[in-house]
Write a new protein. Structure first.
Length: 416
């Protein structure tokens, strides 16, 4: 009996030891993401205010992609962990973007996505850097976002200098292509972080090609452009380089028509000119607008058309460039989670840093994909310049992506 009792205690002790070891292994595995039940993703966008046209669509796309991932079994390398996405909107206010990022992190977010506003991203990303939580910007162009030496802040879209240079390069290409060259130019930009950044770059590079006869910035809330357009018309401006938000891009084009201002062409650098709202509000008057963007709905990318149709079926609106930029950010995160097998902030940061996505992977519909440089800026992405015909953003340049030929100079307003 005594030996039997001793044998029983020995077995119990061994069994307990084994269970403790197994428990430690499971807990350790959870630390590297293998047993995670959910991954908390914070989203900070503007559903009201000046950036709401982008923020609402961004929220649509984040929901749709993460719902799709969860329905397909979650993050496979993390045992099927589901994405728990959490939204706090910044109302287009930078301070609120920062405080909302802090709230999301207190609620357990291990990564923050946003914000569709350079001003808001400058603040929110600084908050994330201080907390050592990865932040991924989808569409904010201010160069300073990735110029501060922050190792937890990433940007998937091109920066202001690329848009400005792309617009100027296109103007030279279309002049050579058609044999019709502008003699002078105007520079007109909205007073936001990205607008001012692009304005300063235009100031440096446009005079190398054209005589700049007019340049001006204006407040985002400006409601009357008759004075500005009158000056440009009086100066005989041939070509206008612009950076505008949705409301002002629409109002400017309407004022061009009302005042019969007929430059050879005008080009937007994404922002207001490349969203569906611009075409929907202007109708035929949006035709012949040029825009340097990171995407066009006419690009031939695998799975893109099917996804666009699915998006429209769910939200009853057309898929557009903002949705596409959010898709690229979500793709970077999903790829990093699968490769890194962890939502630990430091490990996730390292996995994001090692990104090398190609167009067509996940929901990455923007040429040619994503790879980050030493500043965490995407250096793999290309720009596309399109022209609007019958409310369709037809790709023109680079010619490898072209779905149409340019019309330049654009028709006079009275002959449209």
């Amino acid at each position: 009996m005594k030996s039997s009792i001793c044998w029983g205690k020995s077995v119990m002790l061994k069994t307990t030891t084994i269970l403790l070891v197994l428990g430690a292994f499971v807990l350790g595995s959870a630390g590297v993401g293998l047993a995670a039940q959910e991954i908390k993703v914070g989203i900070v966008v503007g559903l009201t205010g000046g950036t709401s046209a982008w923020g609402k669509r961004a929220w649509n796309t984040y929901q749709m992609i993460f719902d799709e991932v969860n329905a397909a079994g979650g993050i496979k390398s993390m045992g099927g962990a589901k994405i728990k996405y959490m939204l706090l909107e910044h109302q287009s206010k930078p301070d609120l973007a920062g405080s909302n990022a802090e709230k999301l992190m207190r609620d357990g977010a291990t990564v923050i996505l946003g914000t569709n506003s350079s001003d808001c991203t400058m603040v929110a990303s600084q908050v994330c850097q201080r907390a050592k939580i990865p932040f991924i910007s989808s569409s904010d162009q201010d160069p300073m976002i990735t110029e501060r030496g922050f190792d937890y802040v990433f940007r998937t879209c091109p920066i202001a200098v690329q848009f400005a240079e792309g617009a100027l390069e296109f103007s030279q290409w279309v002049a050579k292509k058609t044999g019709k060259s502008p003699k002078n130019a105007a520079i007109l930009c909205v007073q936001t972080a990205s607008g001012i950044a692009i304005f300063k770059i235009f100031e440096k590079i446009v005079p190398n090609v054209y005589s700049v006869v007019f340049k001006e910035t204006y407040p985002q809330a400006q409601q009357d452009f008759t004075g500005i357009v009158s000056k440009m018309k009086g100066l005989g401006v041939d070509f206008v380089f612009q950076q505008a938000f949705p409301a002002d891009s629409i109002l400017l084009t309407r004022t061009f028509k009302e005042m019969d201002f007929n430059p050879m062409g005008f080009i937007g650098t994404n922002a207001g000119h490349d969203i569906v709202m611009y075409r929907e509000n202007l109708g035929k008057d949006a035709d012949y607008t040029f825009c340097t963007s990171w995407w066009s709905s006419t690009l031939k990318v695998p799975k893109m058309k099917e996804w666009m149709a699915k998006y429209k079926s769910r939200f009853d609106i057309e898929y557009q460039v903002t949705d596409c930029t959010v898709g690229q950010t979500a793709s970077v995160l999903l790829d990093a989670l699968e490769r890194g097998k962890s939502d630990n902030p430091a490990k996730l940061r390292d996995a994001i840093k090692a990104t090398n996505l190609n167009v067509g992977q996940y929901w990455y519909f923007v040429p040619d994909g994503c790879k980050f440089d030493e500043k965490n800026q995407n250096i793999k992405q290309k720009l596309v310049t399109f022209q609007i015909f019958n409310s369709v953003d037809e790709a023109l340049y680079p010619e490898d992506y072209a779905s149409a030929k340019p019309v330049f100079p654009v028709p006079l307003w009275k002959k449209r």
